[in-house]
Design a protein around this ligand. Structure first.
Ligand SMILES: Cc1ncc(COP(=O)(O)O)c(C=O)c1O
Length: 397
């Protein structure tokens, strides 16, 4: 009784972008795509993803982990949190953190313990200090949420990053918590040095595995609207996530799973690698244009680390040139007033600070904006900073 008799979509070749291929779903395959299917994912797709994890993270099946798909990684992170965290628990979150998880923890009335980060990610020394100073008798956190850094993964930072990650995993074992590794920009890495290993891979060097739940997403590389992500991690946790799915949205739509499977299997792992390389090169070129604009308009007025993955610049507005002014300023105030009035917006850093507070940082996305707009936008941010500086000077006088 379903009215669809055939569905077709046309895709660009990963190696020769001018070449297109049409994939048609019909007969038995279409029936599968139009029906309910298993909560733990369409088997051929999940098998393909196992192969991908083995290639990229050196993890093989049979090591006590499994994969499950979700409606984007956001869905899976939410479910993992629901499965592991009780209302009122203390949780460890890197700071600044992806703004999309702050309300998850807030809605559970969690105490969000902020772990310091820098250009190389979590400062394991900050984490150790928090855990070693933990109040006796107070239940320790069960989870640490982190997004592997998109900044500063330069050759000198590489070793520091890997060593720090190893220390974080050791701390997870010592203090008995799970690392939620949210890595949607993994395939959008365009740094020069080889990418450093994920937590999911690094835990193989531990006496035992099972401390990492990893979240991957196709949103940045295939389509965000298709809403597919996948979690890889300890079977017991992934089973709990599936139980939650089976009582909430039942499954990821079969149709999008079939579409993605047909696309990926037609490409193969090499085709997929060629595609994501092209995506990363696209963002690298955008990053370069944005950074040229930053140098032109914001030298001396902002500080930043050049991103080596993803599509965001995280930068500090230097709102004062007076060393005596202890207050570094509040980017939110400047964005809401001066920048807004000048016709430019960026996300104030406060949106990424779990417990709020003022910060001079902002985040700007360079994914959609064109070269001319970048120039205009950065010129306007420059004007906003200069106006703020002038107003501060006048106030002090
Ligand atoms: C760090 C991070 N995690 C999760 C998500 C959500 O991704 P998805 O589209 O896979 O749900 C995003 C989206 O931008 C993100 O930046």
């Amino acid at each position: 009784m379903f009215p669809f008799t055939s569905l077709s979509f046309t895709t660009r070749s990963p190696t020769s972008p001018d070449q297109e291929t049409t994939i048609t779903l019909e007969d038995a395959e279409l029936q599968v795509a139009l029906q309910y299917s298993e909560t733990d994912g369409l088997k051929p797709l999940v098998d393909w993803l196992y192969g991908l994890q083995e290639l990229n993270h050196d993890r093989k099946t049979g090591e006590g982990w499994r994969i499950t798909p979700g409606c984007g990684s956001q869905d899976l992170i939410y479910k993992a949190v629901q499965c592991m965290v009780n209302p009122g628990d203390a949780v460890l979150v890197e700071s600044p953190v992806y703004g999309g998880v702050i309300p998850m923890f807030a809605s559970l009335h969690c105490e969000q313990i902020e772990v310091e980060t820098d250009a190389h990610g979590i400062r394991s020394s900050s984490l150790r200090k928090i855990l070693e100073g933990w109040a006796k008798g107070k239940p320790k956190p069960k989870v640490l949420y982190t997004v592997p850094p998109q900044y500063g993964c330069n050759p000198t930072g590489m070793t520091a990053t890997t060593d720090r990650r190893k220390e974080v995993i050791e701390l997870a074992r010592e203090h008995n918590f799970i690392i939620l590794e949210d890595d949607p920009y993994f395939y959008v890495y365009y740094g020069e040095a080889p990418r450093h290993p994920s937590y999911f891979q690094l835990e193989l060097e531990e006496p035992e595995v099972g401390r990492v739940v990893r979240f991957d997403s196709v949103s940045k590389i295939l389509s965000a609207g298709i809403r597919i992500g996948f979690a890889s991690g300890p079977t017991v946790i992934l089973n709990a996530i599936d139980q939650l799915t089976s009582t909430s949205n039942l499954q990821v739509p079969s149709l999008t799973q079939v579409m993605i499977y047909r696309l990926l299997s037609s490409w193969g792992y090499d085709g997929f690698a060629a595609h994501v390389k092209r995506v990363a090169e696209f963002y690298k070129a955008k990053r370069d244009v944005f950074e040229r604009g930053m140098r032109k308009h914001l030298t001396g007025l902002a500080e930043w680390d050049s991103p080596e993955a993803g599509m965001f610049f995280w930068f500090k507005l230097l709102l004062t040139d007076d060393a005596d002014l202890s207050h570094q300023g509040d980017s939110e105030d400047v964005i809401r007033t001066r920048a807004f009035e000048n016709g430019v917006l960026a996300v104030p850093g406060t949106a990424f600070i779990p417990n709020g507070g003022k910060t001079p940082y902002v985040r700007a996305s360079f994914s959609l904006i064109g070269e001319d707009e970048i120039d205009t936008a950065l010129q306007r941010i420059r004007d906003a900073i200069l106006q703020e500086r002038a107003a501060r000077k006048a106030a002090v006088v």
